[in-house]
Structure formats: C-alpha cells, structure tokens
Write a protein that binds this ligand. Structure first.
Ligand code: AGP
Length: 585
C-alpha cells in the first residue's frame, strides 16, 4: 500500500531519480503522487492526482528528495490528500494507518489542516515537538509513541540535511550506493543503482545523509548495527522487457517458476513437515489469492499425507484465536510477506507460543522474519497486482510439503512429489506459447461483453474456481463467482440464463454432469480440462497433472483474465482500487 522512495547523495538530480524510482513502485498505489526536493534551505513539493507512469516532470537540481505514490485510505483522491504533507519545517510521507489520529488531531487546534489525511496529523505532531525544543530524532521517537497502528514514515526537515525514516509494521529497505543512500518500500525502486541493502526492522529508525546511514532503536534511541545484504534480483526481472504488461510477463514466467519453487533440500522440507507433525493443530493463514492457494493445500494434505489442516483467511482468525496456544503451527502464505492481516495473526500467535512456518516470495519480508522456519518460493519480483506466478509457485511448494509430510510414513514420497511437479512444469512449458495465448484471447473475445461469469470445480479445483473469480474480477471488472461444482444447483443456478459464460474446471463425470445442468439453462460452457467433453462449447486444454491439476488449471484463467482486461481497454497491471501489497488492516 503506497510506494515510498527517497535518495540522499551527491548527484544533482535527486528529484528525477525519485520520479523514476516511484514509477517502479507504482504497483503499490497509483491514485496520486508527490515528490519533495530539498533546495537549499527550502523543501519544494510537487503533487498531482493520477498515475505517475506517464509523468515527465523537471525538477530543480538537488541532492536530496523523497516521494510517494498513494493508495487512499483517509480522504479521497485529491491533490490536497496526496503526500508529501508539510507542516511548518516538517515534510513527511507515510505508509500505513494512524488509527488514533482523530484523537491526536484534537490536541492540534492551533494548526489549520489542509487535507483529510492521518498523515498530516503526524507531520503536525512532529512540527510541534520540534518547535517545543526537541531535536528531530527525539521528536520522531516521541510521535511514534503516540501512533497506534502500523506505519512507515520518511521525514525531511527544513535547514537540516539528510532524511529520516522510521517504521513499525510497514516495510522500508535501504539501498547502499557508493556515494548515496536510498530508502524505499521495495527493492526495484533502487535496483539499477545498487544490490546492497539493509532492512529497517520494526521499531527502528534511520537517518541517511549521502553514503551515511545511522540506525537506532525507535523507542530508546540506542544505536543499532546493520549487516549489508546483497540481493540477487536483477533489473531485467523487475522490468517488463518485451512484454506489454507485467501480468502477462509473469504468467509466462511460470515456465520456470514452478521448478524454482521446489528447489529445496529434502532435509529442509522434512524439518518444515516435522513442525506440522509435532503441532497441536495446524492453521494455514493467508489473504486473497494466497488464501485460495492455502485452500488448495487443504486438499493436497488430505489426499497426500492424510492430514486435516485448517485454512482461515487472516482477517477471520481472531474468531478462532482461542484455539491457538503453545504448540499450534501457523503456516503463513504470502507473496509479499507484508500483508498486515497476516502479520497481526502471526504476532499474536507468537506471543502465545505458536510455531510459525512462512511461505513467501520475499525472503527478508516481515512475515519471513517473524517465522521460526521459512520456505521461500523463489519466483522473483511479482509486480502486477494480480498474483499469478507466485500463486502457482506457492501451490507447487505446498504440494511438495504435503509429500514431505507423507514421507514420515512413506519413504520416497518427496521424490515422487517432485517428479509429479517436474512433469507438471514441463507440460506447462508446452502450454505457454503464443498460439495458446491466441486461442485463449479468441475465447475472451466471445465473452467480453457478458456482465456475469461463473466458475465451477471440485476437489482442489474448487479453490481454483474461487481464485479464477478473483483473477477475472480484479483485472477485467466482470462480475465473476466461483463455486464448488455440486453447489451451483443449490441456489446460484437461478442466475444462469442464455449465454452466461461458465468456466468448468475439470472433465470428471460429476463435473461434466454439473456442466450439463448449466448448459440445459442456456449457459455457454468453457471447459478447462485435459480432454474435450461434448458439453464444452469452448475447450481450453490443460495437461493431465496427476494430483497437481490445480496448478495447471489456473493458468488458462490467468491468460483469459488478462485478455478480458485488454479487450476492455483496462490496465491489468494496475486495477482500480487495488494495490499490490496490503499493509493496512
Ligand atoms: C491477488 O491477485 C490479489 N491481488 C490479492 O488477493 C493478494 O493475493 C492478497 O492481497 C495477498 O497478498 P500477499 O500474498 O502479498 O499476502
């Protein structure tokens, strides 16, 4: 939620560097943007409503600047509400939510607020502390104490060189160049300048000035030592290259990512499985697409290792928290590893003594760092808001983990699981070609004018029907709903009328007969299956994947969703109202 980027260095084009960096973070929020540039004693702010991608702004020469792309939480999408916010000598950008901001605002009746944001309240509190005689570090510490909720802030103060950053909950990463330092909410913003990073941990702050970065504890002010870490992301991975959009690039990357996801030592998988075996209750916690992956994992574990796992959307976990205690295993699945709802469950679980296993794409994310054991999925940066390659990589890893769980009783199970996934990956490789994409696009053309769409599947294809609905909803804005194949006739079938498109995942006899029930009511049946059943009006072939069918079956839907968006003239990488990483509750 919201992209943050700052640079302090020797080059004289800090404003343009921030503009360029923010364009790479636009997937985090894109309703408005703003950049602050230090010009001698003054700090100039430029803000605009709309996407930053097409902006060609010139900035005055400067060695320090910071900026923000917004995903609105408090107050509408207006220039006034865009960040940075300025109060007195303080200029500030913010990611997160200041939950008790209204209460704090009451104490600031001497300041006339220009925006409806919680952010301006933080800026005003800081300015008041500085005016009251505190130095900037002391002021930030004092204000952080007053904030309830997760936040990441960057602060520039007039007449005081350098940029301050502080975080509690929302991510901030430092890029360490030879003569400059960057701070960003994600690595791609500075990847073209450096691959050496420091992670600002929860409850820490830092002051950067040129190549200098001084870290300290946000509560006590005690200095903190940081290790330099080299990240192995490449600029190509973080760019679109020859593809028109990140979404289609990432869909095609599934040729490699499924294999990369299962590149874990057997021992590591066994240790992760042991955590489940020793646990007194296993809960998979995730949001959105990652939650649908977890729901598919429920079927994998039931089928492969005979274990019943509980799958709970992170936001619903408070209702089941009484079952979490010492010895419970919480398995968190999250592409970004920064999803606030997931983190909250883990933080509360940890306090109760639960053991945490994380499955994320960002090894150094907050979710990965809070975990007792971590299984990365190695998918490389996923920038399109719609999760595609991360979802199939997470599924492949869960499938293998279920085999590792079965290995306890059945020697050779991990190898068998890996073999199935290798075959799946190679058949997906055959599928992902321009001819197949063209065929899916033809199908998209036939249904793009339809306002409603339904998807059915059974077994692990049921959660894929739910995931298919998310993919179609979020990028094409077509109303799509997924159901367990046998459920449609218990109510929703009333919505079926002539030419309503229904995606049918699978070609087993029961699902085919459910498809016939739909067809009898006029539905247009699009089968996504290894064989072409007679009931299918259109057939999108997928390979026969021996238990890992869910992984292959979602890929045509991803391509379909992408082309539905393109045919409607929408930007699939930046769907309305959404952001890639949901760091607010
Ligand atoms: C995926 O297409 C969605 N945009 C969204 O549901 C996402 O999966 C969800 O917000 C969870 O994100 P995470 O995997 O980074 O935790």
């Amino acid at each position: 939620m919201c992209g943050i980027f700052a640079v302090s260095g020797e080059r004289n084009d800090a404003g343009s560097m921030v503009l360029k960096g923010l364009k790479k973070l636009e997937y985090r929020g894109y309703d408005s943007w703003g950049i602050a540039v230090r010009e001698g004693e003054k700090i100039d702010v430029e803000k605009q409503v709309g996407k930053i991608s097409g902006v060609k702004q010139k900035f005055p020469p400067a060695t320090e600047a910071m900026g923000h792309t917004r995903w609105a939480t408090h107050g509408g999408v207006t220039k006034e509400n865009a960040h940075p916010h300025q109060v007195g000598k303080v200029t500030l950008v913010h990611n997160g939510i200041f939950e008790n901001y209204l209460e704090a605002k009451k104490s600031l009746d001497d300041w006339k607020f220009h925006s409806e944001t919680d952010t301006e309240v933080i800026a005003a509190l800081l300015d008041r502390e500085i005016q009251g005689g505190k130095n900037t570090a002391e002021a930030i510490r004092a204000v952080a104490e007053k904030i309830e909720g997760r936040f990441a802030i960057l602060v520039m103060v007039e007449g005081e060189p350098g940029i301050w950053a502080a975080r509690r909950g929302s991510p901030l990463i430092l890029g360490r160049g030879e003569t400059e330092t960057f701070i960003a909410s994600d690595i791609p913003a500075f990847l073209e300048y450096t691959t050496t990073v420091n992670y600002l941990d929860d409850g820490e702050m830092v002051h950067i000035h040129g190549a200098q970065a001084n870290f300290s504890n946000l509560k006590t002010g005690t200095p903190v030592d940081k290790r330099n870490i080299t990240v192995d992301w490449t600029t190509e991975e973080a760019e679109k290259g020859e593809f028109a959009h990140f979404m289609i690039k990432e869909i095609f990357e599934q040729k490699q990512t499924i294999i990369r996801a299962i590149n874990h030592e057997d021992e590591k998988l066994r240790q992760a499985a042991a955590l489940l075996k020793q646990a007194n209750g296993v809960y998979f916690i995730a949001c959105g697409t990652a939650h649908k992956v977890a729901a598919a994992a429920e079927y994998f574990f039931a089928d492969i290792s005979g274990r019943k796992i509980n799958v709970v959307p992170a936001g619903e976990m408070p209702y089941f928290e009484r079952f979490v205690h010492e010895g419970t295993a919480l398995i968190a699945i999250s592409q970004s590893g920064e999803t606030a709802d997931v983190l909250e469950v883990l933080e509360r679980g940890k306090k109760k003594g639960a053991k945490i296993l994380s499955i994320t794409n960002v090894e150094t994310s907050s979710v990965a760092r809070i975990a007792d054991a971590h299984l990365p999925i190695f998918a490389g940066p996923e920038k399109a808001v719609a999760s595609t390659k991360a979802a199939t990589a997470q599924m492949a890893l869960c499938f293998l983990l279920a085999h590792a769980d079965a290995e306890m009783r059945e020697r050779g199970s991990i190898n068998r699981g890996r073999e199935i996934l290798r075959t799946t990956a190679s058949s997906i490789n055959d599928l992902l070609n321009p001819r197949y994409e063209e065929h899916v696009r033809d199908v998209a053309e036939k249904i793009v004018d339809r306002p409603n769409l339904f998807i059915i599947g059974r077994g692990a294809l049921y959660p894929m029907a739910l995931e298919a609905a998310i993919k179609i909803q979020e990028v094409s804005y077509i109303h799509a709903q997924g159901f367990a194949a046998g459920e449609l006739k218990h109510g929703p079938i009333a919505l079926i009328e002539n030419r309503v498109p229904c995606l049918v995942l699978g070609d087993d006899p029961e699902t085919v007969s459910n498809a016939m029930e739909l067809k009898a009511r006029g539905a247009r049946i699009i089968g996504i299956a290894p064989t072409p059943a007679e009931v299918f009006d259109e057939w999108l072939r997928v390979p026969d994947c021996n238990g890992s069918q869910a992984i292959a079956s979602i890929i045509p839907v991803q391509i379909l969703a992408y082309h539905l968006a393109i045919l409607k003239g929408l930007d699939p990488d930046m769907p309305r109202n959404l952001a890639k990483s949901v760091t607010v509750k």
